[in-house]
Design a binder for this molecule. Sequence first.
Ligand code: BGC
Length: 751
Amino acid sequence: MKQVQWIKAPVATGYAAVCFIKKFTVGEGLVHAVLKVSAMGIYVAEINGEKIGRQVLVPGWTNYDYRVQYATEDITAQMGRENTLSISVGPGWAVGRMGYHGDRQLYSNEVHAVCELTLTYADGRKENLTTGEDWEVFTHEVTFSDIYDGETVDKTHEPKLLGNAVCVGEKFPLILQVGEDITEQERFAPVELIITPKGERVIDFGQNLAGYVELKIKGKRGDRVVLSFAEVLDKDGNFYKENYRSAKNIVTYICSGNEDVFKPRFSFQGYRYIRLDEYPFDTVELDGFRSVAVSSALTRTGRFACGDAKINQLYHNIIWGQKSNYLDIPTDCPQRDERLGWTGDTQVFCRTAALNFDVRKFFEKWLGDLRLEQKSDGAVLGICPEKFKGNYKTRTSAGWGDVATIVPWTLYEIYGDKKILEENFELMRRWVEYIRHAGGEEYLWLGGYHYGDWLAMDAGGDTYVGATSNDLIGTAFYAHSVDLLVRAGEVLGRDMSEYRSLHQKVKDAFRAYFMENGMPKEELPLTEVVQAGKSSSDFLRKGITQTSLVLILHFGLCLEEERAALGKKLCELIRDFGNRMSTGFLGTPYLLHVLSSIGRQDLAYELFFAEGNPSWLYSVNHGATTMWEHWNSLKEDGSFWSTDMNSFNHYSYGAVGDWIYGEICGIKIAEGGAGYRKLLLTPHPIRRLSFAKCALDTVQGRVESHWYYAGDRVNFEFTVPEGSEATICLPDGKRETVTGGSYYYSVKALD
Ligand code: BGC
């Protein structure tokens, strides 16, 4: 869309949506009508009163300073002779409140619209209709909208002409949509109407999700329905929304007097329950309510089921954590006053995400923003898209910025497409250079600002930061990022000798500084670290923690001969912690992988099946339908972890999904086998599950692994796609390399 003018309303419209309208007549012989459309804010385009396109919450969220996506829609079938084209725009991400500082208008202080309609006639003639001063601007029935605070839809509203649109030129940079479509997905009918002890009328939809509530109702003109949202009820069974912090999440529907169908169009909520704060009837017409899940329209690629209902529920919760948080960008959570593209959460979960769904297009868009936002010194921030004020150096952290290397490499491994590495090689390399110059030491990452092993349990329980030394974490991720950069460069056929030697030097420096006699040092020097609201004394500086050992083993930071003792120490720490893990955001995703890799699948299973706090099944036992931010977001005594940092839809700990596919069912990519061209099938049957079954739709075709107990035997069935080579390793030691086809084995059960 070139040389097309953006338009805005002639007066300030605050939190209300506005409607830009153009009426026009079409000549004889129209054969084709294509609309290109976008907005600053969130838009809904309509032709002759009919919605255009299947997407919602468009144009999604990019860093609008660099690019605003426009959609292309074929509207030929919806055209008449006399036509009314309208673009309604609400504040959305661009103009509304966004970010944990409560900032508003990050990208613009007013909503804007832009479009170009190209009409093609039978004789080849083309006509272009674009936004301009001849468009009229009206008030809208959505009199309030904000992503955090909710929406008011007033069907009694009489649109008022505000005047003609004001042209502002080519104010915002446009690009053709690169991301996945955002669409309405599953629809949930109410499961139950609950009257709480406080007498509140609460509807349970049975599934925590991101989306909105659609309501069909025939009330009297001016009747109001006011909805509040919640993820959980409190221990007394009352409605609980304190964990939304400053996000009000209130949706108000005002009836016209006829039958109305309401839903928000410029905001979404994260919830499982709604409370009817106002409702015009004594009896609740439950059938009028639907909870509509909204997310990026990703194709499902991974499936898993086993003979244990709790594990199946955990898997369900992982999938729904992703559905709720892959709404155009990968977010931390979909409900409170964040919903931000936290890079740490993104890197932690991306492997599982890329197995569950085809996320290539989704990440192509988001990585584009990450590249655009990378600072000139290579810094990658804690959030993307990000537009906060102040010193960005206090907003970049080990384990968060490393998203720059981890996501491209992971996508390459899973989808086998070198283009991903080509596109992101400079992002990766410049991030490594940032770390190289971040601290005083070239081969260590000391000091600076870090989130650490966020939410780990080893720094005295309910704190935000774990006990592991941030310097150790920083340098470990430094080594890992250089390693991934080297691998990427090698795939691309580049000369990586400099970075190969850097990798070795960082590893050597790591061992020299953090370890002695093959073990991390117990206590490490504390370098000054400043984190908002915390003094450095809040930080512990332990060298020997579950997380430090996991990182050393997983990133290969020790000598081969040191692995056994480090592994043994890790198992001891788990025992000392009451057979529990103490790892946080950074250690947990690798923990079970490490245990499997050191031959302690038994202990991995023990942790995986644990039900106390902390464990994956704790939340399942407490009725979770998505992953929780904390292992014990809801505590044993029924109280909440906190009000200020307690999401019930945070996918990070769902990163165990990768281990479920990779170790329980045993489908792994072999070294050098990107895209599952070469794979390992190393299932770990366990009688408790009785069977486990997994299918992955890879770029090579479907890979399947299925095992099931039959008396004293375990039977295995595998499918290997044509063109792939798989090495099958069975528990009895049998090992065989096969090509495309179906394979069946039966071995004596060892348990
Ligand atoms: C988010 C996290 C994020 C963290 C940074 C939180 O507020 O919800 O998931 O990674 O901040 O430490």
